[in-house]
Design a protein around this ligand. Structure first.
Ligand SMILES: [Zn+2]
Length: 297
């Protein structure tokens, strides 16, 4: 198999040519790896695969690591490597206990366990620890993370995965070597997920229910889905103001008075600024839905 074929098999989200320069940058960092790397930009899947690629770069023992062909590289890719730990602030503790995945819950309890485990030497050269969903986790989690990063260790390498560095504590950012993946095209990537939510939102207004339980339920709403949803709402309001209605959501806004449409624009501004300071996305969307619902009834 060619290198590209290996890459596509092991780390499918990052095999695109546009990420070649980014991967080369990681190869250069290998000789003297920063203790905390922060990946922002890109899509969630790209950040996650790039974190694994970085782990393979540091753990693979080949001269031109990652070789993408040895058992170490393969274990990193299939998430079974002993020296990798992964935590996600968006995973609930209960869900984690019932059905633990590669990314474990980033709870206060797990934060303590991480610090204990990091005191033991890794089996290989390093232990690599991924953190994602930091902006979505409980309020105490960013400080717990800071404590973990502050504990001196010769062998621990940390990777923080965030959509944008502005979403996490500046004290976390300042400890990190920050690398930015190419920003996704917001129209191409985000709108489909926003439109799905917008459809359910419109159903809520025609009393078919299920919307609030959908957004607060098990498949927790992400910040980027909520942002995309509000983008779709804005476009829909513009169409409503122009008197045209194409989608089910347009028909909801078509029922609003001009004053209510203006209020909605203000509420959306408030909602998106709440999202940027890490208020729970489901709560933000729910609050917007209730405001509009109450005004319409
Ligand atoms: Zn290898």
């Amino acid at each position: 198999m060619s290198d590209n074929a290996h890459l596509a098999t092991l780390f499918p989200a990052i095999c695109d040519q546009k990420l070649e320069a980014f991967r080369q940058n990681l190869h250069r960092l290998r000789a003297n790896p920063p203790q905390v790397l922060l990946f922002e930009g890109g899509l969630e899947a790209e950040r996650r695969d790039m974190a694994k690629y970085w782990a393979a770069t540091c753990l693979c023992e080949a001269q031109d690591a990652p070789c993408l062909a040895c058992p170490i590289c393969e274990r990193v890719a299939d998430e079974s490597h002993f020296d990798i730990m992964a935590y996600d602030g968006a995973v609930a503790q209960k869900e984690d206990e019932a059905n633990p995945g590669f990314y474990r819950a980033f709870s206060a309890e797990n934060a303590r366990n991480i610090r204990v485990r990091l005191r033991d030497s890794p089996k290989g050269r390093y232990r690599v620890v991924f953190f994602t969903g930091i902006a979505l986790s409980r309020p105490e989690a960013p400080n717990a993370l800071l404590k973990i990063l502050e504990e001196p260790s010769q062998t621990a390498l940390f990777v923080l995965l965030v959509p944008a560095r502005g979403q996490i504590l500046p004290t976390l950012v300042s400890r990190s070597h920050c690398l930015t993946l190419p920003w996704p095209d917001p129209l191409a990537q985000k709108l489909p997920e926003g439109e799905e939510l917008a459809k359910r939102f419109a159903q809520f207004f025609s009393n078919q229910g299920g919307f609030l339980s959908h957004i607060t339920g098990k498949s927790a709403l992400t910040q980027s889905q909520a942002q995309a949803f509000f983008t779709v709402c804005r476009q829909s309001i513009i169409r409503a103001l122009a008197g045209c209605s194409e989608t089910a959501l347009d028909q909801v806004f078509a029922k609003c008075s001009p004053q209510l449409l203006q209020n909605s624009v203000v509420w959306i501004q408030e909602a998106t600024s709440m999202l940027s300071v890490q208020v729970n996305p489901a709560r933000v969307v729910e609050a917007f839905a209730m405001r509009l619902y109450t005004s319409l009834s």
